[in-house]
Ligand binder design. Sequence first.
Ligand code: PEP
Ligand code: MG
Length: 926
Amino acid sequence: MSDGKFIYTFEEGDRNDRMLLGGKGANLCAMTQIGLNVPPGFVITTVACLAFLDSQRLPDGLMDGVRTHIATLERKSGKGFGSPANPLLVSVRSGSAMSMPGMMDTILNLGLNAATLEGIAAQTGNPRFAWDAYRRFIQLFGKIAMGVPDEAFDAAMTAIKRKHRAANDVELTTEALQELADAFLVVYREHTGAPLPADPFDQLERSIQAVFQSWNGKRAVDYRRQFRITPDMANGTAVNVCTMVFGNMGDDSATGVGFTRNPATGENVIYGEYLVNAQGEDVVAGIRTPKPIAAMAQEMPGLYRELVALRDTLEAHYKEVQDFEFTIEHGRLYCLQTRNGKMNARAMVTTSVGMFEEGLIGKDRALNRINALLLEQLLVPTLDPTHKVHSLAQGLAASPGAASGSIVFDADTAEQRGRAGENVILVREETKPEDIHGFFAAQGILTSRGGKTSHAAVVARGMGKPCVSGCDAIAIDVRERTARIGDAILREGDIITIDGTTGNVYPGRIPTVEAQFFAELATLLTWADEVARLEVMANADTPRDAARAREYGAKGIGLCRTERMFNDPQRLPIVQDMILADTPAERRAALDRLLPIQRGDFKGIFAALAGLPVTVRLLDPPMHEFLPTASQLEFEISHLRNLQRAARSVAELPDTLKMLDPELPREYVESLGKLQRSLAQYREAKRGDAALERREAMLKKVHLLSEVNPMLGHRGVRLGLSFPEIYEMQIRAILEAAAECTREGIAVHPEIMVPQVCAVEELRRVKAMVDALQAEVETSHGVRVPCRFGSMVEVVRACMRAADLAGIAEFFSFGTNDLTQAAFSFSREDAENKFLPQYIDSGILPDNPFEMLDVDGVGRLMQLAIEWGRGARPDLAVGICGEHGGQPEAIRFCHDAGLDYVSCSAPRVPIARLAAAQAALQGRAS
Ligand code: PEP
Ligand code: MG
């Protein structure tokens, strides 16, 4: 940790102290210390950053220290900072403990001024390079240290390119670059009111301050909020000051970025891109399209071998896939930075299994290095392979997955339309860090420029969103808000589909299919199951969902919501008959029709689970959810009444016509006759009357069932006890399905769960129904049907009376959706649309408690319920089936709190399996 020192050289910094030196700084120290060729430099610590942010001035003595360290760099490089004859130039980069790509800012070529520029030109014999470096410095320093907008520089660049008829900035001559630098100096003066400082120490001091300040810039703050980076994970940014080396010194120079393995597939081959005679930002900004690293084997074979050796050293040291930057200056290879490679989920899983099999890492690390939430990407949809749509254009497959949406040409529009619920594809020439909010809102990203390591590609991959980059067949006109591809013109709002796995862009929306498990994922999750203590179950309501849950490795169904079966359009009328019934006998008649249907459902689910536990929850929602709304019914009733009136009028039509003119009806005799006959049939069939009567009855029922607060009203077990025949039918269906399966040789393990329980007496009464029906079914079917009986715990009083409930319930399942509503007294729908975003933004609540389990409140209730419940019944099984059951932090809590299982939707099962293993590993470590 810091010993009062604010500055460390790369040789002396503690390479493991990322909090103090930032990830980049610690890595520069590590790389230097393991013998890689890193240009000399030093790190100014995050502690200095925090001191600066506190007082808005650099700590006392900091600049003296900087001067001393610059003197060391001067000694090591033999150059002088500000020396016109042999100038030392440096880069100034930010870097915090957590990697935040593109979030903080970098200034290159610092130390240039009119005099040192001449020195560089004379020394290298390459004035073009000197002017190129100078104009880059003016722009970066202007933008980052002084806030001069990019557009002002871009306008000057466009004007000079046009004047010199240069399509590309590499085509600009020395004179043109000189003109450009002069124009940039004017832009700088106009925007800042002062000339660019010539003193390199003045430049350096302002740059250090700007990097520190950028920690609190909007982009950085947004990024930290989005990815939940808290101060104990990263607090402040360090500043890395490093001797510049140049990849744009001629054809024996180059610059590039590399991954030690392929970040899209995880394949164990060096991967990346490079550009000869260029500077790093050319690759990152996508200004020129780079070559794949494989091409270097031919173009620079000796250096390619050095690069492969560099890759081996990095992986052997970090035991992790690295994303590194390199520069070749006059044939000498330098490693400028390295960090853990950001990869898509598939590559993370494949490299985990690969590195374990190569003996580079152990199983624990193979499991721990993956952010469990990433696995969701593996279940992202891909394009339906049978589609016949021709692609409009093909770019680079920069981040896998497929998405459709309306075209938007800027990040603000993406945010607006995305917020309104629209699916959008952000289409840009290239993206910049300030577009980040557009990435969050978009389903996918398409750029016309830039490689697979451009900003768009890296950010999209990190977020698991599809991206096609470098699609140069698309000409984008942001002002006209059009994109031209050949003869086709696409406008903002037009729908396109992008496939980030192949790089194709298609017109319109193309259907997608779900992803499949692949071998490495299955292997990794098997390792996870070996380590995890928590079992992972799934929430599934149909045989199809149940089968999918099994495929994803669920150890059973933790929640089968029976009401979902009632909502099937063919069944709903029977359910409505049951609700409309005025007597228990009528109700039973409707339930008799539902019984075989429910029994069939349960048989399907039991069969899909082949003997694994299936927890069926008895009916939960209030009745009115199965009926149309009052306004819908009123609308239909008024239409039906109009129809009846019209029918009566038509029936009277012949007599009315005769009254007017006795001859007239003869003309219409045939058509009137037909009409009257069909009306008579309609009246006889009483179809209209029946429809009207049914709706009138429903409307009466809707009024009768109307509640001020239905979610706290007549639902769950309360409904089941008011109308016991409903629960009796469901319990019978479960037990008969189990009995039939048993007789057919299918193993079953049914569990019955009661929702909304607040008092033990409720449980006792439902248990009595189960016992009676169980005895009856066992006798009638001649087989035993063991069935566990349990309670949802989703009401605060249920937590408080857990000891009583456990006297009857053999298991508890925490319904944290309702328990969160109850604990906060927030209605979810209202909270999320109204005050909750503001509560979170202003820091009143740290998170949305419906997404992230509120450990301090809801979690505490759960702990009490477990303690009291197990006090009464030591072998009480406890699980969770609210949405939080698939959320890694909540799973960690559930592990620590001693739950037996978590249950979540099928696509979250892989996440939960991995998170359960990570929780166990973390538990062991602590
Ligand atoms: C719960 O409340 O957490 C739960 C699983 O039940 P539902 O979401 O169906 O109300
Ligand atoms: Mg509930």
